[in-house]
Design a protein around this ligand. Sequence first.
Ligand code: SF4
Ligand code: SF4
Length: 441
Amino acid sequence: MIEGRLKVYEPKTDNVKKFLDLLSQRINRQIVSSMVGCVHCGMCADSCHYALARPDDPTMTPVWKADQIRRIFKRHLDWTGRIFPWWVHARYPADDEELNRLKNIVFGTCSACRRCTFNCPMGVDTAALISFTRGLLTEIGIVPEGIFNVCRDEWETGNQMAVTEADYLETLKWMKEELQAELEISEIEIPVDKPDCDFMYVINPREIKFDPRSIANAAKIFHFAGERWTLPSWGWDQTNFGLFSGDDNLGGYKAKNVYEAAKKLHAKRIVISECGHGYRATRWEGYNWANYDQKLPTESVIVMLLRYIKEGRIKVDPARNPEPVTFHDSCNIARSGGLIEEPRWALDYVCSDFREMHPNRLENFCCAGGGGLLSMAEYRPLRLEVGKIKVDQLKATGAKLVCTMCHNCVDGLADLIKHYKLNMKVVQVLDLAANALITEK
Ligand code: SF4
Ligand code: SF4
């Protein structure tokens, strides 16, 4: 039974009751300010790729999506909605079917890209409301199957693709042998669990399963920079579906795995491979989720690459990458991670024809696959449809390569390129850097 000021409200189902109880328990100042701060000016509509791709559909605007949780908050916790629900459009969810509809809104029609957040004059963080609502629904099991499966794999195996330790170690060994053969250098290593290193490198499981060359590229650059580095045998996955599901407990568990691995190996730093949400989760959000007093500096591999080039620790030749390249800012790297100029400076060094995409940096559009959408097959048709905004951006550059520093964006962009039949390829900064690296003595 939920106590109301004027009358007692009896939720119709257990799920509705649990949802409202969780809402009361988890509400915090940050969420309340976004719940009550909206003045319904509608300015955020122009910033959302969903709303831009479907201009005649009001349900695609950020404000409408946020209002679906806002009206429940108002009815349940805010005095205006408790006394005058009809006036402020406040209402409780009627049944499980309504919670299911809410699930389809917060998981299926928002990639949590935060472009609207940066364009709201009132500072309303719609993406935070979306993530908050995702967390409530995930807790009561009303969650898309794809997200549920990845979260389960993360809890059970410590990584989002359920890679076994044997497969992980075997892939690293394979890449080491390839590198040794390619460069004819027998000392080149991909070390695991080496203690007291300058840094511990953590990666995205997609690199093990689908793109092991990205590990080899990193190892090649580290070797020529003369680094003492290691990967851990546990805690090597820097990705974190706590961010996409809104489950802070999972977020804390995954982040702590990484932090503790570095502590155990006495690494001096943690370096994160090219992954948008992994960077945000490990570098920024994980400390709070895990309530962890992190002592070690944590940085992106691209920041380190830039340092190597600037300090002359590696030599690169931009002429080895002559094709026109543009750069896609991952939402979690730029808007939510604060890394904006570093990848551009790195690209200036390693390729000879760089073309900026417009809009860019904080105003860049999502690849349409962010927020865990790549793992939710049921929302793919809408994702591809609203990705048209990104496709128009890509086409206008005339580039042959689109570079991004996020494995999630690699898949999101590749899907769009295939669907819209663009003559483009997706690469990452380390791919271009490894190609430009001068390895001859
Ligand atoms: S721009 Fe901000 S205040 Fe205006 S409708 Fe959107 S969320 Fe509300
Ligand atoms: S966070 Fe991004 S996808 Fe979600 S409503 Fe805002 S602009 Fe649209």
